[in-house]
Design a protein around this ligand. Structure first.
Ligand code: NI
Length: 208
């Protein structure tokens, strides 16, 4: 004797899978879309967690923590002093953008964090950042400290061997400027490759 409910909804399992699949895909698209929008738009009310506590060494080997830098906007960039092109270009653009901002630049502390701590010791960092003017603080640390802070800022880096010697390597690394507020919360990523004038204009909008 057939059960009365047997033919009410034909192939409910397939239909269910299909609907579930479509909803899942839609959800994924929405999440990715929202992420990209927040990333590019810089409006990140609790959306992206960028930054966090760190304790690193400045150019004199003195310990500097994220808390020491509160009270000013913090413009953070990760790179390394042996970088042949992107890092020096970016830091030049930052230095020029700061000049263009005039007195407003005093409200920003630019921090250059090395992802090559083996070669970028405190003295190396000190000399390097000085070549871009007086405004940039260079920070280094142990391999573990650098790995931790890079993770907090979602920075990718990896050595790329160029020979057999111990120093025969370059570093692949993501190149993004991060602006954090005076209270340490992430405000927005910034691009330096559009030029110093654009960077200064973008910064001016965010320095409220
Ligand atoms: Ni670089």
């Amino acid at each position: 004797m057939p059960k009365p409910t047997e033919h009410i909804s034909p192939k409910p399992e397939n239909g269910g899978k299909f609907v579930f699949g479509v909803l899942g895909l839609l959800f994924a698209v929405l999440i990715v879309g929202a992420g990209i929008t927040m990333w590019l738009g810089g409006a990140t009310p609790g959306g992206l967690s960028i930054g966090g506590p760190f304790s690193l060494a400045d150019g004199d080997g003195k310990r500097v923590t994220d808390r020491d830098l509160r009270g000013k906007f913090m413009l953070v960039y990760f790179g390394y002093t042996f970088c042949p092109d992107v890092c020096p270009t970016t830091l030049n653009q930052v230095a020029e953008a700061m000049d263009r901002l005039g007195p407003r630049a005093d409200r920003v502390q630019t921090v250059f964090i090395t992802i090559d701590p083996k070669r970028d010791t405190s003295p190396v960092m000190k000399q390097y950042v000085a070549s871009f003017g007086p405004r940039i603080m260079g920070l280094t640390g142990t391999e573990a400290e650098i790995a931790a802070v890079a993770k907090e800022f979602r920075v990718y880096y990896a050595p790329h061997r160029t020979g057999d010697g111990p120093n025969d390597y370059t570093m692949d690394h993501s190149s993004v400027l991060y602006l954090l507020g005076p209270d340490g919360t992430f405000i927005s990523p910034l691009r330096a490759d559009a030029g110093a004038e654009q960077l200064a204009a973008d910064l001016a909008k965010l320095l409220n």
